[in-house]
Write a protein that binds this ligand. Structure first.
Ligand code: ADQ
Length: 481
């Protein structure tokens, strides 16, 4: 770990808090994302390597003053809002980020819109982040930038702060060059030059690292690559894999929490047979339609299982102002209706479908009540749901069916791994999982749990900062040789 550092500045599209007005009353809500727990837990560590509070810079509709009033007692994070005018934000966030980069990097090029005004807005928004961060950066501060919304930012900051340490973490897949090259040449360079402004660049898997390095090599063959290092001539940059994880103990402990036990008992009473479970944001990358078709095929092929299994599918509303997402919601509703109409009986509904967000206790109860978790994204940077399922199985039971297209598949080899677009594969995996002997379930689940218990969210953060610290030492050494 690094010592005697300045403060840590986090830059991410969203702030970890938002203020909600209810009945003339202001309330502070904290997002429950993995990054927020990681950062909060880092800040309370005994050997916390930075000084003072963490400054978190992110887009917000709340003013700095409002946030300051409500967050100053909420913990060690100072929330610093970046105001992005609504017309720029629409083209930047809904446009470049979610109507171009998200589909393209998840291998849906036909869904990607290469609109020039999107790119201009992306540059403008990254500049607004850079200006805000410049107001608070001091020598010795470390800046940690997150995700595809801020790929231009590392270079903008490097120009202003050549001596500060800058790190970048990418939460979605980095695609192969054949996909990346679909971007116009000047956009490719802006994004790659942007990311290379960082000292340490982290991805979830070795494949994404390889694709990124391959892309850099195609654009800049003159940069010398040595293992995970890139020599840019005047700077050494490191690119490595840091698979993000979860708060293992939180999900493990939930198993015995009275509220979770109560909800689990109610679920089991209501569904007195096998339960298959999935929970995702509404997104075409999550493979909801293929998953339903695979389940339908399973029911078709296995009449003996009809009436003895229920698929509990929870979908959390997301990006539902975008046309593609509304269309996907309609298709999902129709497919659920079709399966229930085709196989349902008076006393049995094959699919129970809920379109809502779940409170933690209910989520933990559903994980631990389910015999099978069916997590089948067609592409996913990591996927935390499968890790949460494993951590929730304090009883060492349950079977995880996992898409080989999720970053998590590289670590969770004891799951039943499937190709999510191969409906036969999905149908066969469901049958195999439902019929798996309890001893085999236990063997697989124990191995999965052991791995996640060790590599939890704290290990992820510590590994990242330990690597950053050795890189700083190496850069220092090179300066003096
Ligand atoms: P996401 O695409 O959002 O994240 P994921 O990693 O699965 O995907 O995380 C989703 C989170 O939302 C989980 O913690 C889950 O519990 C929660 N969630 C999902 N549905 C819910 C519901 N109905 N109610 C309540 N909570 C729900 C992006 C990338 C991923 C990467 C993460 C972290 O797309 O690939 O794993 O960032 O880097």
């Amino acid at each position: 770990m690094i010592n005697n550092k300045g403060k840590l500045i986090i830059a991410a599209y969203r702030l970890p808090f938002k203020i909600v007005y209810q009945n003339n009353h202001r309330e502070l809500f904290q997002n429950s994302g993995g990054l927020v727990s990681a950062v909060l837990s880092l800040s309370t560590q005994k050997n916390y390597p930075f000084s003072g509070n963490i400054s978190w810079v992110g887009h917000s509709e709340n003013t700095a003053l409002e946030l300051q009033e409500l967050t100053h007692e909420a913990g060690p994070i100072d929330a610093i809002p970046v105001t992005i005018p609504a017309e720029i934000n629409a083209l930047y966030y809904e446009g470049f980020c979610n109507d171009l980069i998200w589909p393209l990097f998840h291998y849906f090029p036909s869904e990607a819109n290469f609109d020039k005004t999107y790119f201009e807005a992306y540059q403008a928004a990254n500049q607004l982040f850079a200006d805000k961060i410049a107001e608070i950066t001091e020598p010795g501060d470390t800046i940690w930038i997150h995700d595809y919304q801020l790929m231009g930012l590392p270079a903008l900051l490097r120009e202003k702060f050549p001596g500060n340490t800058i790190a970048f973490f990418f939460h979605i897949p980095f695609p192969s060059f054949e996909i990346f090259r679909l971007l116009p040449v000047s956009w490719r360079k802006y994004l790659i030059d942007g990311i290379l402004g960082a000292d340490l660049i982290g991805f979830h898997t070795n494949d994404y690292v390889r694709y990124f390095l391959g892309t850099v090599q195609r654009l800049y063959p003159q940069y010398e690559q040595r293992l995970h290092y890139l020599n840019l001539g005047n700077r050494l940059v490191e690119i490595d894999a840091f698979p993000i994880s979860i708060d293992f103990n939180k999900f493990d402990d939930a198993y015995q929490q009275p509220e979770v036990v109560k909800i689990r008992t109610e679920i089991k009473q209501h569904i007195p047979h096998k339960i298959i479970f999935s929970v995702d944001r509404l997104d075409y990358s999550k493979g909801l339609l293929h998953r339903l078709i695979g389940y339908e095929l399973f029911l078709e092929n296995n009449p003996g299982w009809r009436g003895k299994v229920t698929f509990l599918m929870v979908v959390v509303p997301s990006r539902d102002t975008i046309g593609q997402y509304q269309q996907m919601k309609t298709e999902t509703d129709m497919l659920v209706g079709k399966i229930n109409a085709r196989f349902g009986e008076i006393n049995w509904q094959p699919v129970i479908y809920q379109y809502r967000s779940l409170p933690f206790e209910e989520l933990a109860a559903m994980y631990s009540a389910s015999d099978v978790a069916l997590i089948t994204p067609v592409r996913d940077g990591m996927n935390l749901v499968c890790k949460e399922y494993v951590a929730s199985r304090h009883d060492n039971r349950g079977v995880l069916i996992l898409s080989e297209m999720a970053g998590a598949a590289a670590e969770l080899s004891e799951a039943i791994l499937i190709n999510p677009t191969d409906n036969d594969d999905t149908a066969n995996a469901i049958q195999r999982a439902l019929e798996m002997h309890p001893d085999e379930q236990e063997g697989r689940m124990k191995a999965l749990r052991q791995r996640l218990r060790i590599y939890d969210i704290d290990t992820w953060t510590n590994d990242f900062f330990a690597q950053l610290s050795s890189l700083e030492t190496e850069q220092e050494r090179l300066k003096h040789t």
